[in-house]
Design a protein around this ligand. Sequence first.
Ligand code: 5GP
Length: 191
Amino acid sequence: MEKLKQKILKDGQVIENRILKVDNFLNHKIDIQLFNDIGKEFKKRFQNKEVTKILTAEVSGIAIAAITAQYFDNVPVVFAKKHDASNLNSNTYESEVYSFTKNKTYKLRVDKNYISCEDKVLIIDDFLASGSAASALIDILYKSKAEIVGMGIVIEKNFQGGRKLVEEKGVKLESLAIIDSFEDGVVKFVK
Ligand code: 5GP
């Protein structure tokens, strides 16, 4: 998606040649026009698919998923919770994630009432890196026995192996910007 790539080149900051900081439009301040374009692009990439729910992970996936849902007939968005909350039902599907950016392990949880075996679910998230978060979302959907329609990722760093993990599970993956490498602080996209 050319507009997204241009935005990354203009506003993204490469940290230690491994992390792309995109707080200026994706992870802290949100560019709503760009998010609408992202939602439209996901609709285009999954246009012939029936989707009954979108699944994402808190925090940064929520806004992307919510805007994207408007292009999929306003289907409900379910976000997996990362934090132990006293108001979270204990009847949950859960799966573990290792966070490479934070160097720690945490659990993602989804209330069993919010995804059923009759759902056809599109997974949406901001980044795909090592694939740990993506695998946990897929695992949650396996546990729920819902159908996985596919996975839409805004930014993929293809040198961290996440795509292989997702595709090995037979999940159709669409990433809107695919980064091949960081070279001296400069983002290089896959052609
Ligand atoms: P993975 O589990 O695929 O290694 O990483 C996915 C999650 O880590 C994403 O949802 C995102 O929150 C975070 N992440 C991984 N790499 C980056 C990065 O380069 N920049 C930012 N902003 N987040 C990242």
